[in-house]
Structure formats: C-alpha cells, structure tokens
Design a protein around this ligand. Sequence first.
Ligand code: ADP
Ligand code: MG
Length: 205
Amino acid sequence: MARRDAEFIRRWLGAAAEAITRDAGRLTELDSAIGDADHGSNMRRGFTAVVAALTEEPPPPDPGHTLLVAGRTLISTVGGASGPLYGTLLRGAGKALGDEQAVEDERLAEALRAGVDSVARLGGAAAGDKTMLDALLPAVAVLPDYAAARQAAEEGAKATVPLRARKGRASYLGERSMGHLDPGAASSALLVVALAETAAADEEA
Ligand code: ADP
Ligand code: MG
C-alpha cells in the first residue's frame, strides 16, 4: 500500500491550484448566480498563495505540517466564507496527522474525514444544505478509494443543482437558489479530482 509524504501533499495542492486557476472563471460564474461572484477569484488567490508558501525553503517536513501551512495560508488570504472553511479542512487534516514522516492511505483518509468534520462544525452545515459538504462528505466516506472518491465528489456536486441552499450567502435567496450548481461544491470536486489524479500518477510511477 502506498505511503504518502510531504511531497505528495505538495503535488496534490499544486494540481488543485492549477485546476482552480483554469476553472476560476466558471467558479465565479456559478457564484454570480447564487452568491456574490467572487468564488473563483477567492479560490485562485488562496491556492496561488498556498503554492507560494509551500515553495519557500525549507518546505514543511511532513504531510501534517504541509497541510497546516496550506490551511493557515487559505485562512489568511481569502476573505470569503470559503477561505476559513477550506483552511479549516486542511488544518484539521494536518492536526490529525501530527508529525509522521509518511502515512498510509487509510491514515490520510481518516485525517481528511477529520478535516471535513471540522468544516461541518465550523459552518454548521450538513449534507443536503447545498454547500461544499455535498461534494466532500460522500468523497471522504469512500476514501482511500481515490477513483470512487472522485466520482462521489463529482456526483455530489451535480446533485446540489435542485437543492435549496440552507447555509451561506446563497441561503438568502431561498427558493431562488434552486436550479443552480453550488460553487463551493464545484471547487470541492476539483480538489478531490486533483487528489485522485495525484494518487493515480504515483501508482503509475
Ligand atoms: P462568500 O460566500 O463569502 O462569497 P465564497 O463565494 O468564496 O464565499 O464561497 C461560497 C461557498 O462556500 C458556497 O458555494 C458554499 O459551498 C460554501 N459555504 C458557504 N457557507 C458554508 C457553510 N456554512 N458550510 C459549508 N460551506 C459553506
Ligand atoms: Mg462568494
């Protein structure tokens, strides 16, 4: 079974930053329908800063500290709700890993589940509230099967379309939030796809 080190987390977050930069326009468009049209720029700013923080020398020595630095960076650079929420996800996962040098996939999966639980605690949202959790919860539930997690995140994001938003800015729209894909669920799917692709690239190597 694969063991994941700091370099693996750096490659994951780097791939996530690329996907977010590529799709920033689409994320902002989704947010313009049911929010304030800043989700793409929030995420791009945050993940660009994460990549910069992780290329400083010396890099964080282990996967846990890599996630902690990334989470702290998101919290300090993103003004919107998504910054503290994603920051809490990564920090929660980092805390769960402590200072182990490399971890089994099952341990990383547990840490990511702990991170997603902290998002739910911080934001008070549950499954079906039309938030990032609708992509994240089904994905971390099937980890460490990365391919299944990718599919679950993409399906979970799509399934937010008919939902009525109960948390965050979109909830102010009430029923008018229905019929639109949640921007945070869309960005969460990008993060999970990046994770699955990074893991798949490792298996091929
Ligand atoms: P803001 O809403 O402050 O403009 P963003 O546009 O960057 O921040 O992020 C919006 C996304 O954040 C939403 O699409 C939703 O997925 C997520 N979100 C908002 N509030 C919550 C919450 N309480 N719990 C989980 N996710 C949330
Ligand atoms: Mg917004």
